[in-house]
Design a binder for this molecule. Structure first.
Ligand SMILES: Nc1ncnc2c1ncn2[C@@H]1O[C@H](COP(=O)(O)OP(=O)(O)OP(=O)(O)O)[C@@H](O)[C@H]1O
Ligand SMILES: [Mg+2]
Length: 352
């Protein structure tokens, strides 16, 4: 556009606990570099089961971030996940992408439990079906228009414009891809443990072959601590993050944390069992975890133990660089687990 309108994009991850804003800079010489990062905690119940309950809280959280970051960029890439989204791998007769785009509505009808008028549909052709070469595997994605429109309204009320609406799991995939170009394991699972959702995405040679959202997360742990230890909501959150309070039975607290972590690990295990049952392909050789809840002590080892494969923390600053004069390495370490989805969104290009 004329007169140098900024052509950058802001990655905006609207989670159920926190929103994160990421801006990257790309240069030929240095590749991607972090330009801006901001995070803001949402009041409880701002978004419940994929329904936006408190739009004004979300608008002010976004405006807070843009005010603090002082960015001029207006275009936003955001994402939806969870209840309003359906992702399915389907087999259909081989055809071109153009042919499929003409018949996708018809194909989708049998797989999508929503009224087709209510959803946006997209697809990605994955390749020939292994068992039947006359068929191809297609990833079918449907997202409810209502939530997408609500997010777009909120974003415009906050003075920004929605350029791209993605899916959390796919943004996570992008963040992974840019940082692990040298991956040695042919099949990996990306597991984002958030406040209320676990997003699971299995990639084979870099292509998504299985995704699943499980409605469980770190908020459940806060609730259990609050209930079982008879403390306030704020105290429960503090205890979860390793804070100290008087008259607390820490043995009991550790027990609660362990129980919930085990439940989370079992959910991951179940999803990966489902994946294994759905394919004749190689099994997952490595798991990368991210999300705020991946920071709970012990959870990495529990997942590794249950699933029986190595688990690593996803490092989204493995190839993406940052200026050490602007961001100190302690801060980067702190934001690394929660930056993944937003960073994946910030990698999107206008016009994608
Ligand atoms: N150091 C920590 N130890 C334990 N839990 C933590 C820590 N830091 C953050 N959390 C928890 O992580 C959760 C928030 O993570 P995240 O920001 O990834 O979620 P979200 O993206 O808002 O939610 P979702 O993706 O489920 O919609 C909260 O439950 C928070 O209490
Ligand atoms: Mg999240």
């Amino acid at each position: 556009m004329l007169f140098g309108k900024p052509k950058g994009i802001l990655g905006l991850d609207i989670g159920t606990s926190t929103i994160k804003m990421v801006e990257l800079e790309e240069s030929k010489k240095k590749g991607y570099q972090l330009k801006n990062f901001g995070m803001s905690v949402l009041p409880k119940e701002t978004i419940v089961n994929g329904v936006l309950k408190n739009a004004s809280a979300l608008v002010s959280a976004i405006t807070n971030l843009t005010d603090n970051l002082k960015t001029k960029t207006k275009s936003v890439a955001t994402a939806v996940s969870g209840h309003p989204v359906i992702i399915k791998k389907i087999n259909i007769p081989t055809m071109s992408a153009k042919e499929l785009s003409e018949s996708i509505q018809w194909e989708a009808e049998q797989y999508i439990p929503f009224d087709l008028e209510e959803v946006n549909i997209d697809f990605q052709i994955l390749g020939a079906n292994e068992a039947n070469p006359e068929q191809m595997d297609v990833l079918l994605v449907a997202a409810k228009k209502s939530l997408i429109n609500e997010y777009a309204d909120v974003i415009s009320e906050a003075g920004l414009e929605t350029a791209i609406v993605d899916i959390d799991s796919f943004a996570l995939e992008n963040a992974y891809e840019i940082n692990y170009p040298d991956e040695e394991s042919p099949v990996v699972a990306l597991v984002d443990l958030g406040g209320s959702v676990i997003n699971i995405n299995v990639l084979k040679e870099g292509k998504s072959t299985f995704t699943r959202d499980v409605f469980m997360g770190g908020n459940k742990l806060s609730e259990e601590i609050q209930k079982q230890m008879a403390v306030s909501e704020e105290e429960a959150e503090m205890l979860k993050l390793g804070g100290e309070l008087e008259n607390i039975d820490y043995g009991r607290l550790d027990g609660i944390i362990h129980d919930i972590c085990l439940q989370l690990a079992v959910e991951v295990q179940r999803s990966l069992d489902l994946h294994a049952a759905s394919t004749t392909e190689e099994e997952v050789g490595k798991i990368y975890i991210s999300g705020g809840t991946s920071r709970i002590r012990g959870i990495r080892d529990l997942i590794a133990e249950r699933v029986g494969v190595p688990v690593e923390y996803l490092d989204v600053f493995r190839t993406v660089k940052y200026d050490e004069a602007l961001f100190d390495s302690e801060y980067i370490k702190e934001i690394n687990p929660v930056a993944a989805v937003g960073l994946g969104l910030a990698l999107r290009k206008l016009g994608d």
